[in-house]
Design a protein. Structure first.
Length: 164
């Protein structure tokens, strides 16, 4: 059984940034699932979305997650929508702990504004609706850690404490 930590949460919650620091702290490898998807496809996520559609992306995301679930302990940052699908949550069961980085909407919005590689973040009203829709799924994570500011070290300590 793996003890991997799967970071879940909305765009801008800090999954990749926190994940790198957490992996360093634990001495584990860090995996950004979006990077795995892009490497396997040989193209960007934005390109997959625009040319093949969201379902093709979600299928690639699920395949990447399945490929990552193994006996090797790692910190894995999931894309913002990955945890909203039961099939992905099922893959993670028994493979470690899911940790929801519960970030307030305004902080998430501030962090992603102006990033062209965020296809779902282009319209603020849609962004808010998506945020509100996903919260119920994120709340299914094994652990919830509140993101209150940009203090990376405090967040990493909180996660380490929460998963013990």
């Amino acid at each position: 059984m793996s003890n991997s930590i799967y970071l879940v949460g909305f765009m801008g919650s800090g999954k990749s940034t926190v994940g790198r620091r957490l992996a360093e702290e634990l001495g584990w490898p860090f995996v950004d699932l979006d990077d795995d998807i892009e490497a396997a496809a040989g193209r960007t996520i934005a390109d997959i979305f625009s040319n093949d559609g969201e379902q093709a992306f979600r299928d690639a995301e699920h395949a990447a997650l399945r490929a990552r679930v193994s006996g090797v302990d790692a910190v894995v940052a999931l894309g913002g929508g990955a945890f909203t699908f039961a099939r992905n949550r099922d893959v993670m069961k028994g493979a470690g702990k899911s940790v929801w980085l519960d970030c307030p909407f305004q902080l998430a919005l501030r962090r992603v504004e102006g990033f062209a590689h965020r296809p779902l973040a282009k319209d603020p009203a849609q962004f808010r609706a998506l945020f509100e829709k996903r919260v119920a799924d994120y709340s299914l994570a094994d652990v919830r850690v509140a993101v209150v500011d940009d203090d990376l070290d405090a967040l990493v300590r909180a996660i380490v404490e929460a998963v013990r």
